[in-house]
Design a protein around this ligand. Structure first.
Ligand code: M6R
Length: 614
């Protein structure tokens, strides 16, 4: 998804800080990049399709050291195409037809066609197909020397979403930024200020940040940060201190962020659980939920809304709540939930799950739920993200930044969080102390269980190599491992580009079995959990169609070798927690298949880390 970075000040080399910032935003997924630098003599805009290194190359080709020596302001962008193909003309920054301003924009201007028609009727010519160029011209039309007022006046005519940064040719010492529905974070410095669409580009320079709220508009200059709302009324926003350091967002010597993130799961899960186990009351302390036992008793139904990997975590959560509480649970694809007519009331708790906290469909689902009067909570990783802030109550994962587009540690931390939530709800109701104790002790073993799977990664890599030329794959599982089969298949398809389908093991014979033959491997989740015998039966059905079978099985299961060609061993643990070590094996499998195939693992084609459009 698109990324923004900007700087105002005289302490740094502007092209370098912008390019460095864009590189830190690469993980979001993009298809072109550009920057604009304000100079006393005017404004330079440079854009390029493709990667940031292309922009860098282009800049250096026409760059004399002196050119930007006295520059004090710059904005830059990585674009993920929404209006018009990814090319140089459509790349940001966009300027107006009089070249007075430059603008970078995340989000979508819904009414851009009518605005464009109006601007065209007064003679304005457009170069690109983008909604952003329309906004640039609209701002320019409103500009009479006060950039902030012009931006506010233009944004009042706009419907849609935006996070923007704007500079003007005749004011090469300030940036105006604004947000509605698309995140903007300001980095607070001394005699300098930064802006970005998330904190990663800011981390090397400052740990003090301000998250803008919707309808905030702010002027950044060397002398300070002037926060206002669209009606020009000053507003105050807290300065947050970020404890992620820049290194936390780097690869730590691994070839890919994804591998680093898979390997750091023992720590990430420990961080998710840290301080949250109440051994005295045998429950989980999740204060951010802000729910008393009485509030919990009043919840008659839970709806979990999420997308992608977070949705699969929610499906595991459904099992938890149904096993540990008396509360019925439904899991909803956030995109579908929003456009149906969900029946919600004050006694329904809607739990939104989102790593980024910015997924547009999930955000729309919680807005719908709030509007219908439901109680809304979230499970997010990114602190201060829109979903976290809009729900107001929830649980942060504390998993650290997840940079690889394929979500890994967020999933395991989401599942651990859902188990803690179900424990809390269960203990407020029918769950016995001893059953609660068992869950706490299993949760506390998780980091070690994951470590044991990581220790077998050489073996998993060998199995992955053997199957890396497959064109199709099926993943099957039952019970707690059914959502894990879906998640394993999602991991394989998104990073290796192998067609992979996750199915309930029993569903295979209702259609997909027609596709099985010796070229279609089946990855069967056959750990020792209830339903294992039936999975073994399903494996036989696959083998009868000549499909090679890879199984996950509990350590020491000698019997499984009779049924599977290859085995990935998962340590002995209770059914509750088995999704977590099992999914780690599947993450490693997908990773090594993709590496074998030479795929761009951290930034798979067509995918974005944070899907902020519907
Ligand atoms: O940030 P979110 O958890 O809301 O993101 C939801 C999905 O876009 C995300 O999980 C996606 O499916 C990942 N690429 C999966 O690896």
């Amino acid at each position: 998804m698109c990324g923004i970075v900007g700087y105002v000040g005289a302490k740094r080399n502007i092209p370098e800080i912008l390019l460095e910032g864009l590189k830190r935003l690469e993980y979001r997924g993009y298809d072109s990049a550009g920057l604009a630098i304000g100079l006393d003599s005017g404004m330079e805009i440079l854009k390029s399709p493709g990667k940031v290194k292309e922009l860098d190359r282009k800049l250096k080709a026409g760059w004399t050291q002196d050119k930007f020596k006295n520059a004090k302001v710059g904005i830059a962008h990585t674009r993920w195409a929404t209006h018009g193909p990814p090319n140089e003309v459509n790349a940001h920054p966009h300027s107006d037809s009089k070249n007075r301003i430059a603008l970078v924009h995340n989000g979508i201007i819904d009414n851009y066609s009518e605005l464009k028609a109006r601007l065209s009727s007064i003679g304005i010519k457009f170069k690109s197909e983008t909604d952003t160029e329309v906004l640039a011209n609209l701002i320019s039309e409103c500009y009479e020397g006060d950039l902030c007022s012009a931006v506010a006046a233009a944004l009042k005519q706009v419907t849609g979403t935006y996070g923007i940064a704007v500079i003007a040719k005749d004011q090469p010492d300030k940036i105006v930024v604004a947000r509605k529905g698309s995140p903007i974070v300001i980095g607070v410095g001394d005699d300098e200020a930064f802006v970005a669409s998330d904190i990663s580009p800011l981390l090397p320079y400052t740990k003090r940040v301000i998250y803008l709220d919707d309808n905030d508009i702010t002027v950044l200059s060397r002398s300070g940060i002037d926060l206002r709302n669209m009606d020009n009324v000053p507003v105050t926003r807290e300065i947050a201190h970020i404890d992620w350091d820049a290194n936390a967002a780097e690869k730590d010597g691994r070839e890919h962020f994804m591998l680093k993130e898979i390997e750091e799961q023992p720590l990430a899960i420990s961080n998710t659980m840290r301080g949250r186990m109440d051994h005295n009351l045998v429950t989980a302390k999740l204060d951010g939920l802000n729910l008393t036992p009485r509030d919990i008793a009043g919840v008659s139904r839970i709806v979990i809304a999420a997308c992608g990997t977070s949705l699969h975590a929610g499906m595991v959560g459904e099992y938890y709540f149904e096993d540990l509480t008396s509360t019925p649970v439904e899991v909803e694809q956030a995109a579908e939930f929003r456009y149906r007519n969900p029946i919600l009331d004050r006694d329904t708790l809607v739990i939104a799950i989102s790593q980024s906290g910015e997924t547009a469909d999930t955000l729309a689902a919680i807005r719908e739920a709030k509007q219908k009067g439901a109680l809304v909570a979230s499970i997010c990783n990114v602190v201060g993200s829109t979903i976290a802030r809009e729900t107001g109550r929830g649980v942060y994962l504390h998993a650290g930044p997840e940079i690889g587009v394929a979500s890994t540690k967020a999933f395991t931390c989401q599942v651990a969080t859902l188990l803690m939530m179900a424990l809390k709800f269960g203990r407020a109701g029918r769950l016995s102390r001893s059953a609660g104790q068992k869950i706490i002790s299993e949760l506390e073993k998780l980091p070690d269980l994951v470590r044991q799977v990581l220790d077998s990664s050489d073996k998993i890599a060998r199995i992955a190599k053997k199957y890396s030329s497959a064109k199709d794959f099926f993943y099957i599982g039952r019970g707690y491992l059914y959502p894990v089969a879906l998640e394993g298949a999602l991991k394989l398809k998104e990073i290796s580009y192998i067609h992979a389908e996750g199915y309930h093991a029993a569903e295979l014979k209702h259609g997909p079995i027609a596709l099985l033959d010796e070229n279609v491997p089946v990855l069967a989740l056959a750990n020792n959990i209830p339903g294992k015998d039936k999975v073994i039966g399903n494996i036989q059905e696959c083998r009868a169609r000549k499909s090679p079978v890879i199984a996950t099985a509990t350590f020491g299961d000698k019997d499984i070798l009779k049924h599977a060609d290859d085995v990935m061993e998962i340590p002995e643990c209770s059914d509750f927690v088995t999704p977590i070590p099992t999914v780690v094996a599947l993450q490693l499998f997908a990773y090594y298949v993709a590496r074998e195939r030479g795929c761009p693992i951290d930034q798979p084609r067509n995918l974005a880390k944070s899907v902020t459009v519907e």
